[in-house]
Design a protein around this ligand. Structure first.
Ligand SMILES: Nc1ncnc2c1ncn2[C@@H]1O[C@H](COP(=O)(O)OP(=O)(O)OP(=O)(O)O)[C@@H](O)[C@H]1O
Length: 314
C-alpha cells in the first residue's frame, strides 16, 4: 500500500515552558489538499516545521512520503517543496535569478519564465527580494516551492496579505498541483480558502486536532436559518415562539453585515417550512424586518468557531 504524503502521530513540540503542539495526530493523503486551520498560536507552523525537517519533535512520530523528515532530509529535499511563512530567500537575490538557481537544483524543473508570468512577477524579474512588496515576496516563495515539480508541498499561509488577484492566482496554482497528483499541506486562517481548496481539513486548537475530515463532511450536519436586521432581536422571546430543541443565537455585526440571528435545531436536523413560517410570523408580530432570510448549511467558519470559541487568542 502506498504511504500517505504526511502522517503525524501524537506529535509534541515544546519551546521551553510553552507546549506548542500537544499530541497532534493527522494524515494528509497524496494528490490531495489538506488544510491545517487554527487560531493564532494553535501550533500550525510548529507542526509544519517539524514535517519540513526544520525542527525536531519532542515526542511522537512524523512520516513524510514514508520517511523521517530529520533523518532522511537529504532524500526528501528534491521531493518536497517548502514555502515558509516568511523569508526563505536571501534578501539580495533577484527574483528571476533566484528562481533559475532554484530550478538548477532539480532534474526536471518547471520553466522559471512561465512561473514568473503565471504569478505576475515578470516585471519584477530583476528586482532584489528585499525590494519586492510583501505580496510579491510571497509569490516568489511559492514559485520556488513548486519549481522542482515536488511530490508534496508545504505552504505556510500562502495567501496571507495577498490582493484578490494574487490570491486567485495562488488558488489556481494549488488546484493544478492537486490535479497533477501533488500532495499539498497548507496552513491558513481563511475559512473560504480551506472550504474552496481543501479536500481535507484539520482544525487545530491548543496544539491538538479538534476536528479532522473531508471538508464537506465537516459542514454537512446542521442547517441554519439566518437573517440580519437593523435592530437587535430579542432572541429569548423568539426562542420561546419556537418548538423546544431549537436554539437561537444573536450574531454580532461584522464588517459590512448588520447584526442578526442564527436559528438551528439542536439535533442538527432540517429547518422545515413550518419553522420558516413561525419565524416570519414572529417577526411580523414584533415589528422586526428580517433581511436576507435564508436557510443554509453550516459554513466551515461556524464549525471552526464552535470548536475553538469566539475569544481572541494571544
Ligand atoms: N521559536 C519559538 N520559541 C518560543 N515559542 C515559540 C516559537 N515558535 C512558536 N512559539 C510558540 O508556540 C505556539 C505555537 O506557535 P505556532 O507559530 O506554531 O502557531 P500557529 O498556529 O502557526 O500560529 P499563527 O497562526 O499565529 O501563525 C505559540 O504560543 C508561539 O508563541
Amino acid at each position: 500500500m502506498e504511504t500517505a504524503a504526511v502522517e503525524v502521530t501524537d506529535l509534541v513540540k515544546r519551546y521551553g515552558a510553552t507546549t506548542a503542539v500537544d499530541g497532534l495526530s493527522f494524515t494528509a493523503p497524496r494528490g490531495a489538499v489538506t488544510a491545517l486551520l487554527g487560531p493564532n498560536g494553535a501550533g500550525k507552523t510548529s507542526t509544519v516545521e517539524v514535517c519540513e525537517g526544520f525542527r525536531r519533535a519532542d515526542g511522537g512520530t512524523v512520516r513524510v512520503l514514508g520517511l523521517d523528515p530529520a533523518a532522511d532530509a537529504a532524500a526528501l529535499k528534491p521531493r518536497v517543496g517548502v514555502m515558509p511563512q516568511s523569508g526563505g530567500v536571501p534578501t539580495g537575490a533577484r527574483t528571476g535569478e533566484w528562481l533559475r538557481l532554484t530550478a538548477s537544483f532539480h532534474a526536471r524543473p518547471l520553466s522559471a519564465d512561465t512561473l514568473l508570468e503565471r504569478l505576475g512577477l515578470t516585471n519584477a524579474s530583476r528586482t532584489p527580494f528585499r525590494r519586492l512588496s510583501g505580496g510579491q515576496q510571497q509569490r516568489l516563495s511559492l514559485a520556488a516551492a513548486v519549481i522542482g515539480r515536488p511530490e508534496l508541498v508545504f505552504l505556510d499561509e500562502p495567501t496571507a496579505g495577498l490582493d484578490p488577484q494574487a490570491r486567485r492566482a495562488t488558488w489556481d496554482l494549488v488546484a493544478e498541483l492537486r490535479e497533477a497528483g501533488v500532495g499539498v499541506v497548507l496552513t491558513t486562517h481563511h475559512m473560504e480558502e480551506a472550504e474552496n481548496l481543501a479536500d481535507r481539513v484539520v482544525i487545530i486548537d491548543r496544539g491538538r486536532a479538534v476536528a479532522d475530515g473531508a471538508t464537506g463532511d465537516l459542514t454537512r450536519d446542521g442547517q441554519e436559518l439566518r437573517f440580519e436586521c437593523r435592530e437587535a432581536v430579542d432572541t429569548e422571546a423568539l426562542r420561546e415562539a419556537l418548538p423546544s430543541g431549537v436554539r437561537v443565537e444573536a450574531r454580532p455585526a461584522t464588517a459590512g453585515q448588520a447584526p442578526g440571528c442564527a436559528i438551528a435545531r439542536a439535533d442538527g436536523g432540517e429547518i422545515g417550512p413550518e419553522m420558516l413560517a413561525t419565524v416570519g410570523t414572529w417577526c411580523a408580530a414584533n415589528g422586526v424586518q428580517p433581511e436576507g432570510l435564508r436557510v443554509q448549511r453550516r459554513t466551515l467558519e461556524d464549525v471552526f468557531l464552535e470548536l475553538t470559541g469566539r475569544e481572541l487568542r494571544s
